[in-house]
Design a protein around this ligand. Structure first.
Ligand SMILES: [Zn+2]
Length: 360
């Protein structure tokens, strides 16, 4: 089943100035299921789902800022006009999947209980402050701050975080639940803690369509903010077992089974190779860089994925899983420290995408 492009904005480049690997916009998947696909699936270039339940519709994820969320709604007007939005499902609490929620205030907004508890872990105000601070950091060639300023500044530049009011989902679930909207059944499957504390996937069994959220990145380096890794791998195996005819990842083009298998292989490589380096006494960021820059890793398909330097965050998460004490700093500072390490590694990867984050 090949998704059919319907319509979308006329842009020659992605938000980061890359050549798009697929067209941005609204696609018909199967029956009355749709996806809003955003090339190339890098930071904030998150995909949304839309299910037209004959007079009511369901939206899956709402984007990082209001401008892009409204753009999607504009192009989806032919569907959400006759079938007004009845429910929204957030696959997890990362801002690029739920900061457009306020456009659906008053409607049912569903997420896992864990996602709801995690909703305020980053605020739009803190990202606005970071975007401002990067302008100063760029001029400070001390302790890698200039590289962090460039890297984080380029990451946030396409987005406008003004006017966003965090809108928390008003209906929680745990485990697995099925909702029926005008007789169309959607199965919500909790997969977290994995990518984040509260991940979920949405399966539409009647159409064999799966919206996987950020358990799955196609052509992009996945991130483990929460873990454990076993939950990510179990969720990826669950995707294969569901045997959907269309798999929409949280980021990147529509996935095939080999794409899912490749993500499993990525995680298994990290598990084996980083564990080896930890036993040799390498700290996480050094182990991650050593593995990423090794000839054997560079020969894999993962090496050409978007944002390969995210391996550093994954290494920190795995080291904690293996018994390293978690940082005693506030979470925001720890995340900033990881971003600074990623920025330094990113500058050693000038061929990696998005190029604007990897070259000064
Ligand atoms: Zn995410």
């Amino acid at each position: 089943m090949t998704p059919v492009f319907l319509k979308g904005p006329d842009r020659n480049t992605t938000r980061y100035g890359e050549t798009p690997r697929f067209r941005e916009g609204l696609y018909r998947l199967a029956g009355r299921t749709y996806a809003w696909m955003v090339p190339n699936g890098s930071w904030g270039e998150a995909n949304f789902g839309l299910v037209d339940c004959r007079g009511k519709s369901v939206i899956i994820d709402t984007g990082w800022d209001l401008t892009y969320a409204r753009e999607f709604l504009g192009f989806a007007a032919d569907i959400v006009g006759p079938s007004p939005v009845d429910s929204v499902i957030n696959t997890h609490a990362d801002g690029d999947h739920c900061w457009g929620n306020q456009l659906f205030a008053g409607r049912r907004i569903i997420a896992t209980h864990a996602c709801i508890r995690h909703m305020h872990h980053v605020t739009p105000g803190s990202l606005r402050a970071l975007a401002q601070a990067t302008r100063v950091m760029k001029a400070l060639p001390v302790a890698g701050l200039d590289r962090l300023g460039h890297y984080a500044g380029a990451m946030l530049a396409p987005y406008d975080f003004r006017g966003i009011r965090l809108t928390t989902p008003n209906q929680g679930f745990s485990g697995e639940t099925t909702i029926a909207v005008n007789g169309v059944e959607l199965t919500l499957i909790e997969t977290g803690p994995a990518h984040t504390e509260g991940d979920a996937m949405v399966h539409v069994p009647s159409e064999r369509v799966l919206y996987a959220g950020d358990i799955l990145f196609t052509g992009g380096t996945p991130v483990m903010w929460a873990g454990p890794l076993a939950n990510i791998i179990a969720a990826l195996r669950r995707i294969l077992a569901l045997d959907a005819q269309v798999i929409v990842p949280g980021h990147g083009p529509v996935a095939t089974r080999p794409d899912v298998e490749l993500q499993i292989a990525y995680w298994q490589t990290l598990e084996d190779e980083l564990h080896k380096r930890r036993r040799q006494g390498m700290p996480p960021a050094r182990a991650a860089a050593d593995l990423l820059l090794s000839p054997s890793f560079q020969a894999t398909a993962f090496a050409r994925w978007d944002s390969p330097e995210r391996i550093i965050r994954n290494a920190h998460a795995l080291y904690e899983e293996w018994g390293d004490p978690p940082s005693r700093l506030p979470v925001a500072l720890t995340r900033l420290g990881t971003l600074r390490e990623q920025a330094s590694l990113a500058m050693r990867l000038p061929m990696a995408t998005p190029r604007c984050m990897h070259r000064r």
